[in-house]
Structure formats: C-alpha cells, structure tokens
Design a protein around this ligand. Structure first.
Ligand code: GTP
Ligand code: MG
Length: 441
C-alpha cells in the first residue's frame, strides 16, 4: 500500500477531449500546490475563477478552482480540483505542474482507497462507487447508489450487532455459572438465535439478488449432443446466433448471448454437447462446457424428450446453483413430458413462457424489491462463511449444550462479516479491490 504522506494527482475526467477536464490533487501538499498554481488559496468550497500556472509561473489554462481542506473532502485529505479545458494536452500539463510541485501520479482507485483508509467510506461503499460507474442498467445504477449511501453496510452491521448481543448473552452465562447451565431451556437465547437465523437468511437472499443486479444472471445450457441446446439459445435470444443442424456435435465453442427477461439481465451460455469419445475439437468444446458450468448461476439441462439416455452432469457447481431439467422436442410423437421438468419445444416455442418464468424464479427476480442494493461475489461468499459459522455454533449448542463453542463460532462469524465492510481486511484484498478502479477515482 502507498503511503498517505504522499500527495497524489490525476485527471478525474476520462482521457480524450471534452468541454471541461478536471484534475484532482489530494494530500498534505494540496494546499501548497494550490498557492503556487493559483497564486493564492481559494476560499474553501467556493468556486473561484483563476489562472492555472506551472512552477515557473507560466499560465497553462484558466478555469474554476475548488479547494476542500482536510478533513471535509472526499478523501478526508486536503483536496484541490482544477476544472480546466478538457484537452489531453492541457490535462497532462496541469498534472505535470502538480508533480513538479511535489505530487506524484495516483494509482487506479487511490482517491477512493484514501477515502476508505481515512474512514470516509467503508469497503463495500467504496466498491459501490466502482459499481455505480460501471453499472450496465439503470436498475443496477440505482442499486449501486443505495450501496454507496450505506444501505448494504447498514444491513451487515445490524446483523453483526445481533450476533454481538447473542454472543454477550452466551458469554455472560458461561462466565457466571451458578449451576450447570442449560442453554436449551433459555427462552431468550432461543429467541435471539432465531432472530439471527432469520437475519442471515434475509441478508443472504438480498446479497445474492444484489450480485445478480450487478453482474447479471448467468444461465448455462448443457446436455447431450442434439438435445436442442443451440435451438433453445436461438429461441430465447430471438436471433439465429448459434448454428443448428441434425448432426450431433455441431456446437464446439462456448456461445454467449445477452438477453433481457422482463428487465432481468441474463447471460445465456450455449455449450458443446456432453458425450463420450469426442474428436479433438469437440473434446476441447466439452472441456470449455465444463468450465462454463463452474461459473453458472443456473444450469438448464436440456434433454431430448424422445430419448431415454441423457448423460450425467458431474461437474461441481458453485454454491446455490440449481439444475433445471428442460425436456425438449415435446412436439414430436413419443416425447415423454415430466411434471417436475419444464417441457418445451424449441421448434414450436411451446413452453417458452414457462421457461422464462422459471429463469426469473431461479434468479429470485420476482422479489427484487425497491430497496435492492448491489453486492459482489465477495460479499455473498463472506456472508456464506459467516452463516456457516453461525450454523456450526447453533448445532454445537443444540446437540452438546456447548456454549463455549457457540461463542467462538459467533466470533468467527462476526469476523467474516467484518470482511465485507473492511473492518478486517488485508493489504492484498485492498490492492485487488482498488486496482479495478479507474485512475482518478
Ligand atoms: N422437432 C424438434 N426438433 C428440434 C427441437 N429442438 C431442436 N430440434 C432439432 O434437433 C437437432 C439438434 O438441434 P441443436 O439445437 O443443434 O442441438 P444441440 O443440442 O445444440 O446439439 P449440439 O450442438 O450438436 O450438441 C436439429 O436438427 C434441430 O432442428 C424441437 O423442439 N423439436
Ligand atoms: Mg449446439
């Protein structure tokens, strides 16, 4: 991690030409640089029209200067913003001038990282900045804004507080045992355990939804050759995207199509048919199909309803990924429908609405409420880890009256939650998160 003693500078507006280009400077030298580049320090938080000069006092540009003294700025440090004319050369000259006056070039995401390190934002809020900037749909943008304003963090902190209260309750009982403690007859403890279990279930559900909002929902279509996978991709996407023939083993690559199911962004992935003894090209296609399965949110297992042999899907799937059986070709004589499956014909389009509905259900899209926020896989996984500790602890209590074990698991659960907001974090994690940002953010 870089030192906070440095003053950093970067263009905050994208490269290229524009009406206005903004250079941002943050750190202890921002004040001194402002005096040199502007002649004097502007009144804090008021826009003042100035000439921007280099260290030799030559004019580089004119525009609005804004000065935010520490700690009331985005980064929590003294910040100078120069709103100049938006040309790549002008921006480069302003940045160079700041560098010759003691600043250094900022790394990607370094302004946001400083905001985090100075306690202006927690980690999930900082991530929400990047998610807002990169949002692909207006729904995702609204949800990211909600995360940025701290709604997700608040939900995580509320859960953490419930866990704390529960832990204190258990620890108090352990510390002052007048007699053998029977945790199981403690009604208040039971109530608090239930409360935590409910809060976990709700937040995990919301976080999964939030991840779908941010990343879209990935549906991977697999099955034996000729089952009709590519026909289904074409039907759902309304395009002739994939080649369809009666030859088994037509698809050898992984094909991806973005579709929109009533506002839900879905990435459909068509794959090579799974079978034994493929040729070399097809074998590579099957390897890629298996790889696609490992990142699936949902799997559609296409089965030819006129056949009895459907192969097996033995690839390990991500946690929570469900396999839906889709019986295809029900327009053909002799086709066997199955009540538990979605029965369709990729040829006539029969059953397509039911399949769309099923995909929405799998994504939990129906209850995507107004209050949705964005979340990342990192958050979903941390919540899952926390939930596992909580469940392990609960089981230890129920089966062995083991209060100490519950208290310990609760502590670990809290730690896992802390990773979401950045209470516990490593330099490595921070580096990875902030390097995904653009420079100047
Ligand atoms: N009658 C009927 N034929 C279908 C249906 N769906 C697909 N087919 C036919 O089945 C054959 C195989 O279809 P594809 O979509 O290429 O099947 P696939 O699963 O992608 O096959 P591979 O790429 O080889 O693994 C083609 O001749 C399609 O026209 C259906 O619902 N009804
Ligand atoms: Mg195909």
């Amino acid at each position: 991690m870089q030192s906070l003693a440095d003053t950093i500078v970067a263009a905050a507006t994208p490269p290229g030409t524009g009406g206005v280009g903004i250079v941002r400077i943050s750190g202890p030298d921002a004040e001194g640089i402002a005096r040199r580049m502007l002649g004097s320090l502007p009144e804090p938080r008021y826009a003042s029209f100035r000439n921007f000069k280099n260290e030799e006092g030559e004019d580089l540009d004119t525009g609005l200067a804004l000065y935010f003294p520490a700690p009331t700025s985005f980064t929590g440090e003294s910040v100078l913003e120069l709103h100049g004319h938006g040309g790549p050369l002008v921006m480069a000259m302003l940045v160079d001038a700041a560098i010759s006056l003691g600043a250094r070039r900022a790394q990607p995401g370094e302004f946001s990282q400083r905001a985090f390190l100075n306690g202006k934002l927690d980690l999930s809020q900082a991530e929400a900045i990047a998610d807002l900037i990169n949002a692909g749909t207006s729904q995702a943008a609204r949800a990211a804004l909600r995360s940025l304003s701290g709604e997700f963090s608040k939900a995580v902190n509320t859960l953490a507080e419930l866990l704390t209260r529960l832990r204190l309750h258990v620890e108090a009982a352990i510390d002052f045992p007048e007699e053998e403690i029977d945790f199981l007859s403690d009604e208040l403890l039971k109530k608090r355990l239930d409360e935590c279990a409910d809060a976990f279930a709700l937040l995990q559900d919301e976080a999964r939804q939030g991840r779908v909002l941010r990343d879209g929902f990935r549906v991977v279509i697999v099955g034996r050759p000729n089952a009709g996978k590519s026909s289904l991709l074409n039907l759902l996407s309304g395009q002739d995207a994939a080649i369809v023939t009666e030859i088994a083993g037509t698809t050898r690559d992984v094909l991806r199509e973005q579709i929109d199911i009533d506002g839900l962004a879905v990435e459909l992935v068509d794959t090579a048919g799974l079978r034994e003894n493929p040729d070399r090209v097809e074998a590579e296609g099957i390897r890629r199909a298996r790889e696609a399965l490992r990142s699936a949110d949902a799997v559609l297992w296409i089965q030819d309803a006129t056949e009895t042999e459907h192969g097996v899907i033995d690839e390990p799937l991500p946690d929570g990924t469900k396999i839906t059986i889709v019986r295809n070709k029900i327009d053909l004589p002799g086709a066997k429908r199955e009540p538990a499956a979605v029965n369709i014909s990729a040829k006539t389009g029969e059953g397509l609405d039911a399949l769309r509905q099923r995909i929405r259900d799998l994504a939990g899209y129906e209850n995507l409420s107004e209050g949705a926020f964005t979340a990342r896989s990192r958050h979903v996984n941390a919540l899952e880890r926390a939930a596992i500790h909580f469940r392990t602890g609960t089981t230890a209590l129920e089966e062995a009256n083991a209060g100490e074990l519950l208290a310990e698991e609760l502590r670990l659960a809290q730690r896992a939650l802390g990773a979401i907001t950045g209470e516990v974090s490593s330099d490595d994690l921070l580096g990875r998160i902030f390097s995904e940002f653009c420079i100047g953010k």
